[in-house]
Design a binder for this molecule. Structure first.
Ligand SMILES: [Zn+2]
Length: 103
């Protein structure tokens, strides 16, 4: 167990002055946007949360940040109306636009 790197090592000095290692579970990293890799708002990193508390209920909630989601929604409607072509859109946005159009 102590060789595993899923636990982080904490240097501690006991009251007697001995130097010991304590092992603690690492903190979960915050979820990030899949396009701009910004931290997602409104979501906590803890494990013990219900499904509705893990992500917001917006389209692409828990995957994209609000700015990127609005960009994707705009571009998707433009592609559907023929004002834009799929090739004009960056590859990262394209997968989500294709998801929106297929619905
Ligand atoms: Zn983003």
């Amino acid at each position: 167990m102590q060789r595993s790197r899923s636990l982080r090592r904490m240097d501690r000095v006991t009251p007697k002055g001995r130097h010991v290692l304590h092992y603690e579970r690492k903190k979960n990293s915050l979820p990030h946007c899949a396009i701009c890799s910004k931290e997602l708002n409104g979501i906590k990193a803890s494990r013990s949360k219900g499904r509705s508390l893990r992500k917001n209920s917006r389209i692409f909630g828990g995957v994209l940040c609000a700015n990127c989601a609005s960009q994707v929604i705009k571009s998707a409607s433009r592609v559907e109306n023929g004002e834009m072509k799929l090739n004009d859109i960056s590859i990262r946005q394209r997968t989500y636009i294709l998801q929106m159009i297929s619905h």
